[in-house]
Design a protein around this ligand. Structure first.
Ligand SMILES: [Zn+2]
Length: 217
């Protein structure tokens, strides 16, 4: 196992593009990493894009972005109104959103969905991320779900315990519309981070993990 830092000069701010299908995906998949990067690279910009944020979920997406990223570091959020679970049927329109993103952002790091995710919306967005951004570091986050699609990610971000707790507190507070789902619980989120922390010998015991399909050193 090797440890790398994303940026040699720890103080150099980064441009991070966070892409999520639904209003809680970014926060669940990489909320801890976003909080950590903001600590490690002060002044970084986080471009925040959510493709399906409608009605109550739009308000939740907006609040989530504003809690996880301070106002001076947040670019957006850009919130779209594509219908949940129907994204593969409007792929051309979503590709248009990606082309728009490409024109306006030059990210050092992109956090997006995993191409082997069991949710069809998530898979489409993973594909379009790779299809649009051709010379970028892309990390794919994981979302626990009923379908059971967790695999073996190979890139880990160890996280301090208090930061994991902050992530989960925010999740439970912001996404009230999801609390009725049986899996949307503190123990699910802490449990997954605990397992990923075990796998990378995280000092705190907690981590988030990502799939990195291509890395240029
Ligand atoms: Zn989702």
């Amino acid at each position: 196992m090797i440890n790398v830092t994303l940026n040699k000069k720890a103080s150099t701010p980064m441009n991070v593009l966070c892409i999520g299908c639904h209003s809680d995906d970014i926060e669940i998949g990489c909320g801890g990493t976003v909080l950590r990067l903001a600590q490690l690279y002060p002044g970084s910009k986080f471009h925040w894009v959510v493709l399906s944020a409608i009605g109550t979920r739009e308000a939740e997406a907006r609040r989530g972005a504003n809690l996880f990223v301070s106002s001076d570091c947040l670019e957006g959020p850009i919130l779209k109104d594509f219908k949940d679970s129907f994204m593969p049927f409007v792929g051309a329109e979503i590709k248009g959103v990606f082309e728009e993103m490409k024109r306006s952002v030059s990210p050092d790091l992109i956090l997006t969905h995993n191409r082997k995710d069991a949710h069809q919306d998530h898979r489409l967005v993973a594909e379009l991320t790779w299809n649009t951004f051709r010379d970028h570091l892309i990390l794919e986050y994981e979302i626990p779900k009923y379908d059971g699609d967790l695999g073996q990610p190979g890139l880990y971000v160890p996280l301090p315990t208090d930061l994991c707790q902050k992530k989960v507190d925010y999740l439970m507070d912001v996404f009230a519309s999801q609390r009725s789902k049986r899996w949307f619980q503190e123990s699910t989120f802490m449990g997954l981070m605990r397992i990923r922390g075990m796998e990378c010998n995280s000092p705190s015991g907690y981590a988030e993990a990502f799939y990195c399909r291509k890395l240029v050193l």
